[in-house]
Design a protein around this ligand. Structure first.
Ligand SMILES: [Zn+2]
Length: 395
């Protein structure tokens, strides 16, 4: 397909370094130092930064990533929709289900990675959230109780085989005796054990980090509504420097005080933002049927809940970029830090510190170009991975 060549200038967010972006007729992208042609519209400067990295995505805008029949076309349109909201890399996330259902979902994701270049490029691996999590109400969140089970290396080996080795992060609960050897073994395999949906004791949390656990999944969510004041699994994870914390900063899942407390305690570098979106995220208000969760509602104020009540969340509604103004306001961090919490910090948390975040000196890496409004919302103009345009809205 022939495209009109484009050239424009933009500025890095930290150092105000002017860069020139050119896209030729074959959609090859080049970034170079120095200002370029006039920006349209000229009134606001466009900014360039690393693409967003979302380590927890169950789906978005009608696409369910656990659907065993997800077509290549559908998966690719999902990828472009996500790139349109600034996400250039993600971990498709599969949640607690029966063994057979998990096998089917993981098989489909691994074959999509073979069938679609776009899907495989954006996918950094799979996040398996469950099934080795707490059965208890509160900690299990919306995961179906009947399928929550103790950590099992034999079952995991079958799941990883179905995924063709793509599982990268496993959210699990250290409350099970089998968790210790499980965490040690998957860590030895180069995977990341992430503590989440847990009722573990502080000692069990400590033992998990000693075995190599490196992450907390959506810290502050997937908990009992009431817990012992201290010690408890929340303080223990907040105080553990080994654990990078995933945070759902959507204005619904965490109150401003807890969000600020976690970010201040851990430091922003050890926190990363996740969307936790599902197929219903971005959909109009109403009642929907989810294959795993049952009846789910999108409320008028754009929240995703188990139908018939308002306390139990069924995932998050907003894309990752919408967390940027919220974390700035609630945790009092700068725009630059907030952007890094949604891009470079999650990349670093899974071992990609330097492999693809954008480097303004060498002009290499994944990037997005966007316009920042006065409320710190980002309007994405361009998303690029490996010099390929995933999304553009430059006119
Ligand atoms: Zn969860």
């Amino acid at each position: 397909m022939h495209h009109r060549p484009v050239e424009f200038s933009c500025t890095t967010i930290d150092r105000d370094l002017p860069l020139r972006v050119t896209i030729d007729a074959n959609q090859n992208v080049k970034v170079a130092p120095g200002p370029g042609a006039a920006v349209t519209p000229p009134k606001d400067q466009w900014l360039i930064s690393s693409g967003l990295v979302d380590l927890q995505v169950n789906g978005y805008l009608g696409t369910d990533l656990s659907d065993p029949n997800l077509s290549v076309e559908h998966a690719e349109s999902f990828c472009r929709q996500l790139a349109g909201v600034g996400v250039t890399r993600l971990l498709p996330t599969i949640t607690t289900n029966s063994h057979q259902a998990l096998i089917a979902s993981l098989r489909r994701l691994s074959s999509l990675s073979e069938e679609s270049d776009l899907f495989s490029r954006m996918t950094l691996g799979i996040h398996l959230e469950g099934p080795f999590i707490s059965k208890l109400d509160g900690p299990r969140g919306a995961h179906p109780r009947e399928f929550c089970r103790p950590c099992d290396l034999n079952e995991f080996a079958l799941l990883q085989q179905a995924a063709q080795g793509l599982i990268k992060v496993v959210t699990l609960s250290p409350e099970y005796e089998s968790a210790t050897s499980f965490i040690a073994e998957i860590t030895r395999q180069g995977l990341i054990a992430s503590i989440g949906h847990t009722a573990a004791s502080p000692e069990q949390i400590q033992s998990a980090t000693q075995q190599g656990a490196q992450m907390s999944t959506h810290l502050g969510n997937g908990m009992h509504t009431e817990i012992a004041r201290h010690p408890n699994y929340l303080w223990e994870q907040m105080a553990s420097d080994e654990l990078h914390a995933g945070l759902i900063a959507d204005g619904v899942h965490l109150s401003p005080a807890i969000l600020k407390s976690i970010v201040r305690t851990k430091t922003p570098q050890r926190c990363f933002l996740v969307s936790d979106t599902t197929s219903l995220s971005g959909q109009p208000a109403g009642r929907y049927r989810d294959s795993v969760l049952g009846d789910v509602e999108v409320t008028d104020d754009r929240r995703l809940v188990i139908a018939g009540q308002r306390l139990l969340q069924a995932g998050a509604y907003k894309p990752l970029k919408d967390a940027i103004p919220i974390i700035m306001r609630d945790a009092d961090v700068s725009f630059t830090t907030a952007l890094k919490m949604a891009s470079e910090f999650p990349a670093a948390a899974i071992g990609h510190r330097d492999s693809f975040p954008f480097d303004p000196q060498s002009c290499t890496g994944d990037f997005i170009v966007f316009q920042r409004d006065k409320n710190n919302r980002c309007d994405v103009k361009l998303a690029v991975v490996n010099n390929d345009v995933l999304f553009s809205n430059l006119d």
